[in-house]
Design a protein around this ligand. Structure first.
Ligand code: SAH
Length: 207
């Protein structure tokens, strides 16, 4: 599998846009992530769902087909233009924006966040901000459904895969894991390298 993007530049948005403009997008497989179909066959996802780093929106459209109300978010205007060019499935929407600085209108508004190839694309120094942002955007008792790219030594893998321990360290204070499994279906080359986690935000009661 070719390299994703090793991006440590401050102008992250233009770096991603440039990757799309030069068609240097090895992560794009042209169809929704097979493990997402697996999630949908086991769980009923309902309500509003944020899909950060949605790229061309294949996962967003599958979520819309399943009856949810997804918002696909990407920092790249090119990716969002392309996502919008697909025939509408139902209530899906797309927006250009930075996950880490989404406007206040969205605070507490999502029942779910669906994560796929986003955490593995951002610098590990942003991971605690990722959790803070997810907590800010999720409604009370909101859920995070994730397909994590697990770290296996592979120079051609994504820039920032995560280990099982790191997943636990990152999320356990704020999310309960309800289900976890290794998906039986995957894009070619990703077999056995992904971990599905269904997590619920812990709403700490004030003392
Ligand atoms: N999920 C898509 C794209 C994965 S690549 C797929 O699998 O096809 C990571 C995506 O995250 C890119 O589309 C990039 O433009 C987007 N991205 C990177 N940083 C972002 C940020 N801070 N906010 C929103 N999107 C971001």
């Amino acid at each position: 599998m070719p390299d994703f993007s090793k991006d440590t530049s401050e102008n992250t948005d233009s770096v991603w846009e440039q990757r799309y403009l030069s068609d240097d997008i090895p992560w794009d497989k042209g169809y929704a992530a097979p493990p997402l179909a697996e999630i949908l066959s086991r769980l009923k996802l309902t309500g509003s769902i944020l899909v950060p780093g949605c790229g061309f929106g294949y996962d967003v459209r599958l979520l819309a087909e399943a009856g949810t109300e997804p918002l696909g978010l990407d920092i790249s205007p090119y990716a969002i233009d392309k996502a919008n060019s697909y025939p509408r499935v139902s209530s899906e929407r797309y927006e250009v924006g930075d996950f880490f600085s989404l406007c206040e209108t969205y605070e507490g508004k999502f029942n779910w966040i669906f994560e796929h190839t986003f955490l593995c694309a951002i610098d590990p120094s942003q991971r605690s901000d990722y959790v803070r942002t997810a907590l800010r955007l999720l409604s009370e008792n909101g859920y995070l459904a994730a397909i994590f790219f697990i770290h296996i030594d592979d120079p051609e893998g994504p820039p920032y895969p995560i280990s099982y321990d790191e997943i636990d360290q990152l999320f356990s204070a704020n999310f309960d894991t309800l289900e976890q499994w290794v998906p039986t279906s995957a894009y070619p080359g990703r077999e056995g390298r992904e971990e599905i986690r269904i997590m619920r935000r812990i709403d700490h009661q004030p003392l």
